[in-house]
Design a protein. Structure first.
Length: 75
């Protein structure tokens, strides 16, 4: 399994379509070497508090739009 360290520099936009939420971001992606302490490999995502707040607000907005499109019988 390949692992990476991903640092979000900026969240530009988000869209929803066909059940997917897609984000347009600027990010620094660095391959990560397997850890020597025996932990399972995983990819790390890091961002500033400001970017995290933007991401959170955009996700809330996209999920609200997704919920509006759902049929009333699915709610």
């Amino acid at each position: 399994m390949k692992t990476f360290q991903i640092e979000i520099q900026r969240v530009k936009a988000m869209t929803t379509g066909h059940g997917l939420v897609e984000a347009l971001i600027d990010a620094l992606v660095i391959p990560q070497k397997p850890s020597s302490d025996g932990r399972e490999p995983s990819t790390r995502l890091s961002m500033s508090e400001a970017d995290a707040r933007v991401l959170f607000l955009l996700l809330k907005q996209q999920l609200a739009e997704f919920d509006k499109k759902k049929a009333r019988s699915q709610r």
